[in-house]
Design a protein around this ligand. Structure first.
Ligand code: MIC
Ligand code: SF4
Length: 650
């Protein structure tokens, strides 16, 4: 039987297990990336494990999420990260140089390689045939130390693309269409592999918009085969020698197939406040728009901004709308500036920002209260923009620029009819990506050779070995699709404590219930109850670290998002799956007791646990975990487990 492209790359990197769906496999990691808001913990854990040198081919530390440095805390973090990169042998990308995914694709992403990153949109280079996976920080730490990465072999789904995109439909509409069909949990446990005749019609950057936002489907990764488009992109970034042709076998067998006819697509938009609330733009036309932002790791490339710039050439941003362009990388800004596009956009009324995640996580450009913001980003979870009850829509740069011109949501085809002289800009790659690379410091150019820890750099929190008894109050009962933005919000006033867990934990689940952290601290133990897809969204391990720090011992949910589930094991919290009826029967405030000796049950491979509620009713909860995950849980988390392993091995 032939192999899928995913299987081929996994096979090449396989160090343990077999490529059978659902089986745990260990794979070798070639490249890792980390960023400023997850990176401090990555390196603190690297230090705590006693590791002394990066072992992967490439390790890159980016400073992109919080680049404005409002406060010494962010600058302390960045200085620590530069010192860690220098000390341990990683590339360091200075604040303002660009978003990790954009800078990584320009400099390092390559066909056939494996990449593990402490950011959920790490799968972006799947558009270049790299198998890239997002993970919690400590998993990246361990991979960077040279150990394999363990994962349950996902299903491989064939997303067959047919036809060609018509004018005004874009790569963003391809992924929005998939979100419309499959929902934010439709990709959990799956790798989406793109095939079919439509593939060759998409340039590599367009493919990377699609693979980037596969994360919103909950997918483990997304990948395209490589071809002339891949080679062409690698040539333009000056790395033609890294091209390798990679295709699935003709007789490859997939677990499922989805067909998307590109020629049927039209401009789509995700409505507030979930990336899968997708409708055709025409259905929401006419709504007044206060703010438009083009940027982020999904649509912040040169090729994404250029269409918006062309649409604005000789026109004006509507007087009632504010438009911001935040490029994904400084290289993109520099190229657009050299070609005169920055001046053109500024003349049209655009506010040009530094290359940063910024507004995507509520840092800067927070929308006005009760206003509408249209963004080319990938996430619009409630409150993420920095204000509760926000109204953030997600769309392509073309739809964003059309709204900026008209001052209201408008299908660009209708705006073109109205204006008479507005042409579909299409996609255009620069001849050469020739922006300066001075902001990327190579390990050879390292400035520091020892760690510099200012007062904002705290300690890695530790937990004791798993208890035999888990009993306590159901401190919070939550609905479906709770995001990590609910568990540990981003935004400036909270983000600056990512290196200080004692302080950060005060904000745990504050978006759901602002008394939670205090109640949890007082209770000193207890459990969380949630519906489906608990912990979707980001890779931030702080969403497990902080509940652990507050004493949460177990989460009972109908299902878990992949990265968050792994983070719960990594921080010693027992993730138990419950069915719909059990979920319905447990109320917030109930006393929940796990009847089994939890330590013994976990270590002996027991799958079913008895949960007693209010000393009376009994229910069954399931622990679906590999032997390795059980050992990690029993040890009290991955740091303790790794240390145990090292001691045992020495
Ligand atoms: C996000 O888009 O939510 C983030 C901020 O990039 C996170 C990482 C983080 O929380 O630091 C992610 O996607 O993993
Ligand atoms: Fe940055 Fe937003 Fe991309 Fe996350 S989704 S990496 S915050 S741009």
């Amino acid at each position: 039987m032939g192999q899928t492209l995913t299987e081929k790359i996994l096979d090449d990197h396989l160090v343990e297990g077999e490529l059978e769906t659902g089986e745990e496999i260990g794979i070798e990691i070639d490249q890792v990336l980390t960023q400023d808001t997850t990176g401090t913990m990555v390196w603190l854990q690297f230090e705590a494990m006693g590791l002394d040198e990066v072992q992967t081919e490439i390790a890159a530390q980016y400073c992109d999420h919080q680049t404005y440095q409002f406060d010494f805390k962010n600058t302390d973090d960045h200085r620590f990260l530069r010192s860690a990169a220098g000390t341990y042998g990683a590339y360091f990308s200075r604040p303002g140089n660009g978003i990790c995914h954009n800078v990584h694709r320009e400099n390092f992403a390559a066909p056939g390689k494996t990449l593990l990153g402490s950011d959920s949109h790490t799968p972006t280079p799947g558009g270049l045939g790299e198998l890239a996976i997002g993970a919690g920080g400590i998993d990246v730490t361990v991979a960077m130390g040279g150990a394999p990465y363990y994962i349950e072999m996902p299903e491989v789904v064939n997303v067959r693309l047919e036809g060609e995109l018509p004018d005004w439909a874009t790569a963003k509409d391809v992924i929005l269409e998939l979100l419309r069909r499959l929902s934010v949990k439709g990709g959990v446990g799956k790798i989406l592999e793109y095939t079919g005749p439509g593939v060759e019609t998409l340039t590599a950057p367009e493919r990377m918009t699609i693979t980037n936002m596969g994360t919103e489907l909950g997918a483990t990764s997304s990948i395209f085969p490589t071809d002339e488009q891949t080679e062409d992109y690698l040539e333009r970034v000056g790395r033609a020698d890294e091209y390798e042709e990679l295709q699935p076998d003709d007789d490859a067998e997939y677990d499922d197939e989805i067909v998307v006819d590109l020629s049927d697509l039209e401009p789509l938009i995700a409505q507030p406040s979930m990336p899968d609330k997708v409708v055709p733009v025409r259905e929401v036309e006419g709504q007044s728009v206060d703010q438009v932002i083009v940027g982020s790791c999904t649509n912040g490339g040169y090729e994404d901004i250029l269409p918006a710039a062309k649409m604005l050439e000789g026109r004006e941003v509507n007087k009632k709308t504010e438009m911001i362009v935040a490029p994904g990388s400084k290289q993109a800004s520099e190229m657009l500036a050299r070609e005169g596009w920055v001046a053109e956009m500024m003349a049209a009324g655009v506010n040009f920002s530094e290359a940063t995640c910024g507004a995507c996580i509520g840092i800067g450009h927070v929308p006005a209260s009760d206003s509408v913001s249209l963004r080319t980003f990938n996430r619009n979870f409630e409150g993420r923009s920095g204000i509760e009850d926000d109204n953030v829509f997600l769309c392509s740069p073309e739809v964003a620029a059309a709204a900026a011109i008209k001052g209201e949501i408008v299908d660009p085809r209708d705006l073109a009819d109205e204006l008479g002289d507005l042409e579909a800009p299409g996609i255009e790659l620069p001849d050469e990506y020739d922006g300066s690379k001075t902001d990327l410091i190579t390990p050879d150019e390292a400035v520091d050779d020892e760690l510099v820890k200012g007062p904002n750099i705290g300690d890695v929190p530790l937990k004791d070995q798993l208890d035999a008894d888990i009993a306590g109050e159901a401190l919070l009962k939550m609905e479906d699709n709770i995001t990590t933005d609910h568990i540990i919000p981003a935004t400036q006033d909270i983000l600056m404590y990512r290196s200080n867990i004692d302080k950060l934990s005060e904000f745990t689940l504050s978006r759901v219930d602002d008394t939670f952290a205090e109640r949890a601290r007082e209770a000193d133990g207890g459990v969380l109850v949630a519906g489906e897809n608990y912990g979707q969204g980001s890779s931030r391990e702080h969403a497990a670290m902080c509940p652990m720090y507050l004493g949460i011992e177990a989460v009972l949910a109908q299902s878990f998002a992949r990265i968050h589930r792994a983070n719960l094991f990594n921080f010693g919290i027992v993730p138990l799956t419950i069915d719909e009826d059990t979920y319905a029967d447990i109320d917030q405030g109930d006393e929940v007791e796990i009847v089994d000796d939890v330590y013994d049950a976990v270590t002996s491979g027991q799958e079913e646990f008895t949960v007693r509620v209010n000393g009376d009713e009994e229910y069954t909860a399931t622990l679906d975990a590999s032997e390795r995950e059980r050992d990690i849980l029993a040890a009290g988390g991955k740091l303790a487990w790794t240390k145990e392993q090292a001691e045992g091995g020495s």
